[in-house]
Design a protein around this ligand. Structure first.
Ligand code: ADP
Ligand code: ASP
Ligand code: MG
Length: 417
């Protein structure tokens, strides 16, 4: 059947629904879109701080808690918001109802705490929208193969929203947050950060994967695969509906939609890093396997790796992992001491990873060198380096994070005029 009304998915993050006044403001914004003649589905996050509190409860009871029960607990944050927003909409005279993941159903695999979406049945949501009812969907959650509640990893409501947009064939997925778009770097760190009207899926994916939390990495991956048009915009700005085709925020688009491509698009950072170094290892084949085998078996993600071997036949190995995995990584390396025979095990979690991203790196040399020179001019020591086709990352002491990001932002000509 031919569809006339534009269909949009509106997603509201934690700060956008932080209290009842914010929820009322969101309801007004949804009403404006409905009154402008659009079919709207809404995806909500938990109220700001709630997910952290719920995670804290699980951790306080048992650091090694059952991941299935963790999901049962943390999924409730979004359920509360979906019910509250449905009430707020009804109060404004807008027909609305809440949807939990299992009611849709939004099916996932069984990787509790970081589940991947398998399928979404969009039929019930579409019939609701056609009948003029706004579905208010609890983000971040789904239902596993064994009918247990799952969650999609921190920041996962973005992914819920993009997946719902694909499932209901929406014209656009609007991600409302506490900044008015995607910037050249975190605008809370660099006042001169510049808002990007458009960014490619590929660059946004890379920025998200190295720490730009404005969009969850998987949401960008999914948008790219399903060709969902994603817009990031502020829920704090004026609440009037936008005219058709008008996009006040930042759009994530295909490369061919970008007229002028900068060499460097953006800079991201991640504080969730920890460094492990093993010194004075007698060098021989099998060292890397002896180190990284047990880590991978324990499902510990290793990010950057550097090995340096001296002329004395001794080698040093350094790798990074997330802060939350550091304790387990240390225990595994201590257990493997007899096999690896390192002289010394050192760890440091006062580090930050700073990354420069841009598709221009494919065709231009010297971008990495600008990074190294800029940091050296500020006397900031680079501890580890890693590169990909469109990204260079360095690990530096956490205390220099802001200084480094600001200096790089200026060095690459990204500062707003
Ligand atoms: P929400 O709760 O709405 O999901 P998040 O806190 O997850 O919001 O993401 C929004 C935050 O992302 C912003 O407040 C900002 O500090 C941060 N951020 C990091 N990098 C960027 C960037 N390049 N552009 C915009 N925001 C960014
Ligand atoms: N509430 C979840 C979190 O804080 C999901 C989200 O907000 O996207 O991680
Ligand atoms: Mg988020």
């Amino acid at each position: 059947m031919e569809r006339k009304a534009p269909r949009i998915v509106m997603k509201f993050g934690g700060t956008s629904v932080a209290d009842l006044d914010r929820i009322r403001a969101v309801a007004e914004r949804v009403r404006a879109e409905v009154e402008a003649g659009r079919e709207v589905a809404v995806v909500v996050s938990a109220m700001a701080g709630v997910t952290n509190q719920l995670v804290g409860y699980c951790q306080a009871l048992s650091p090694l808690h059952d991941a299935r029960e963790y999901d049962a607990v943390v999924a409730t944050g979004e359920q509360v918001t979906s019910g509250l927003l449905a009430i707020a909409l009804q109060t404004l005279g807008v027909d609305a109802r809440s949807w939990h993941g299992w009611q849709i159903p939004l099916r996932t695999d069984d990787a509790h705490g970081r589940a991947r979406i398998a399928t979404i049945d969009g039929d019930a949501l579409i019939s609701g929208m056609r009948a003029g009812q706004v579905p208010v969907i609890a983000g971040f959650q789904g239902i596993g193969p064994d009918w247990r509640v799952t969650t999609l990893g921190r920041g996962g409501s973005d992914t819920s929203a993009v997946a719902i947009a694909a499932a209901v064939n929406a014209d656009r997925c609007d991600i409302y947050t506490d900044v008015d778009g995607i910037y050249t770097t975190d605008p809370r760190i660099v006042a001169k950060a510049r808002k990007l009207d458009k960014i490619t899926y590929e660059e946004m994916l890379e920025l998200a994967s190295v720490g730009a939390k404005v969009l969850q990495t998987r949401s960008v991956e999914l948008a790219m695969k399903e060709r969902v048009r994603v817009q990031v915009l502020s829920s704090f700005a004026d609440g009037a509906a936008t005219a058709d085709g008008e996009t006040p925020g930042s759009l994530v688009v295909d490369e061919d939609e970008i007229v002028e491509q900068e060499l460097v698009t953006g800079i991201a950072y991640s504080r969730d890093e920890a460094k492990v170094s093993m010194r004075r290892i007698p060098d021989r084949p099998g060292i890397a396997a002896a180190i990284f085998g047990p880590l991978s078996e324990a499902n510990i993600n290793v990010d950057m790796i550097v090995q340096s071997t001296g002329e004395d036949g001794m080698t040093n190995m350094t790798f990074t992992t997330s802060k939350s995995d550091l304790g387990r990584a240390i225990a595994l390396m201590e257990a493997a001491h007899d096999e690896i025979q390192y002289g010394e095990l050192l760890t440091d979690d006062a580090v930050v990873k700073v990354s420069v991203v841009g598709v221009g790196m494919r065709s231009h040399a010297g971008i990495a060198n600008t990074m190294f020179r800029t940091l050296s001019d500020r006397a900031i020591n680079i501890q580890v380096i890693s590169t990909s086709e469109i990204k260079v990352s360095v690990l530096i002491a956490a205390e220099y994070a802001e200084l480094a990001i600001r200096a790089l932002h200026t060095a690459y000509g990204l500062d707003a005029a």
